[in-house]
Design a protein around this ligand. Structure first.
Ligand code: NAP
Length: 455
């Protein structure tokens, strides 16, 4: 048993990582000293860079996360990338246990011809762009398409559709960066086709998000009554599920509503799959195949096609986890193989002192709160392993800091982040917004690091 504070590295400062740190601290089972290591200078992962900017209330969970990172037993170590600055071996050398909570940073593809034509974009990139993610904020994006397809029927597709459908003035009070607001102000979008390969009983969105589409003053929602008719199996599925019943109520309401001539139109289309993205230099049209459902509720093509004239395709068909150097990976499920959060080797054996939580553990599903029980399971596994943990050869925090210094990384510690946070909020206050995010950090990092010490 380790007879000093147990040193834990949590890799990734998103909801899963912070919930793990919180669960360990609250367990009271040992003294912990936790470093939350994050590739970006800013913490909070998808709460900062994924949750829709017009869903500000959802971001208030940041207040809880702030408390965890503010705990004296926790250090935030930002601007330090796993795989770029650090290796799995470095972490094993300096920590008794490592928990990987890196999420699912890539996106899935449609695998149809024309997918690489200009005018195709993943929702992951679009969401990151309007949320001011430093990797995407400077992207030269133009919204000169009149018609856009959003492929997918999950909540990300709904978010993207809603942002495209809103008038820019409905978004000016959010933390969308100025550059993205300028592009949204120039948007020529009039028609947004949200496309589901299966029927309404199989759609992944939640009722609140669906209903919100029908409340947008700038857009009519159009649903074809024939596309929301349920086959016998889907009718049974809906009958046994209260959420689906509410979704159907909302959709039936949309289907009976006459368009009111609003500037933009959201077409919710079901049972159609993109089969070909057409165009010579740029997206010009999308070919769809009409589907039916088989006995397992999978989509099956009917051989009947239609073509929509449109100039942009946003695929919103799910995020995808990527392999981490030096760790096992399940290339089929795009997760790190694990048993209740304990990373397992190729042979299926738990690897001592190595854990996962969040999307890289279970795949990209669930809401922010889903990560809490998921993180608790991982924290419990780590706690149960405490007496078998192999003590780290160099557990002293200062020896890890020296390693980072030797690698020339301008680390963003918690006190540095607090300076940046206050700066963003002050910029926002003078503009009537919750904050204005920094999208390029280098100058600011140099400034705060010269003003303050680590902490
Ligand atoms: P998701 O919920 O898994 O939805 C993905 C959608 O893409 C599904 O409709 C899926 O259809 C479709 N799809 C997959 N492959 C396809 C293909 N080849 N062709 C056509 N359609 C395809 O994923 P997500 O929307 O990215 O959301 C990720 C997670 O974040 C979810 O758990 C979501 O609830 C959560 N989230 C929550 C909120 C919120 O609470 N407001 C906001 C955003 C995200 P099939 O069902 O047929 O596979």
């Amino acid at each position: 048993m380790i007879d000093r504070a147990v040193r834990v590295a949590v890799v990734g400062a998103g909801p899963a990582g912070i919930f793990v740190a919180d669960a360990l601290l609250k367990s009271g089972k040992a003294e912990f000293s936790i470093d939350v290591i994050e590739r970006l200078p800013a913490p909070y992962g998808l709460v900062r860079y994924g949750v829709a900017p017009d869903h500000h209330k959802m971001k208030t969970v940041i207040n809880t996360f702030h408390k965890t990172l503010d705990d004296p037993r926790v250090r935030f170590i930002g601007n330090v990338g796993f795989g770029t600055t650090l290796t799995a071996a470095d972490l094993r050398r300096h920590y008794d246990a490592v928990v990987y909570t890196v999420g699912a940073s890539a996106d899935r593809r449609l695998e149809v011809p024309g997918e690489d034509l200009p005018g195709n974009l993943s929702a992951t990139e679009f969401v990151a762009w309007y949320n001011g993610h430093p990797d995407h904020a400077t992207r030269n994006l133009r919204l000169d398409a009149a018609s856009v397809a959003v492929v997918g029927m999950g909540n990300v597709a709904v978010d993207v559709t809603r942002i495209l459908a809103k008038h820019v003035d409905e978004l000016r009070h959010t933390d969308i960066p100025h550059a993205a607001l300028d592009v949204l102000a120039q948007s020529r979008v009039t028609d947004i086709y949200m496309l589901g390969r299966r029927g309404p009983a199989q759609a992944k969105f939640t009722t609140k998000e669906l209903r919100e589409l029908g409340e947008l003053p700038n857009a009519d929602v159009i649903v074809r009554p024939d596309e929301i008719e349920l086959d016998a199996r889907s009718a049974d599925t809906v009958a046994g599920n209260a959420i689906l019943q509410r979704n159907m109520e909302v959709l039936r309401g949309f289907a009976t509503r006459a368009p009111e001539g609003r500037p933009r139109r959201i077409h919710l289309r079901f049972l159609c799959s993109p089969t070909n993205i057409l165009g010579s230099q740029h997206v010009e049209a999308l070919q769809l195949e009409k589907n039916v459902l088989d006995e397992r509720e999978n989509a099956v093509g009917t051989g009947l096609f239609e073509t929509l004239d449109l100039q942009m395709v946003l695929r919103s068909v799910g995020y995808r986890g990527v392999a981490l150097e030096g760790l096992p990976f399940d290339a089929k499920r795009h997760v790190i193989p694990n048993q209740n959060g304990r990373i397992t080797s190729e042979a299926g054996e738990p690897v001592a002192g190595q854990y996962v939580a969040g999307w890289i553990k279970r795949g990209p599903s669930g809401i922010i709160g889903t990560n809490k029980p998921d993180a608790a399971e991982t924290a419990n596994a780590l706690i149960a392993d405490l007496e078998w943990l192999e003590p780290a050869p160099e557990p002293d925090p200062s020896s890890f800091d020296r390693l980072l210094e030797a690698r020339g990384v301008p680390v963003v510690f918690w006190n540095h982040w607090l300076e940046m946070d206050a700066h963003e909020i002050a910029l926002g206050t003078s503009d009537g917004r919750p904050r204005i995010k920094l999208t390029a950090f280098d100058d600011f990092i140099a400034r705060v690091r010269s003003m303050t010490t680590s902490g």
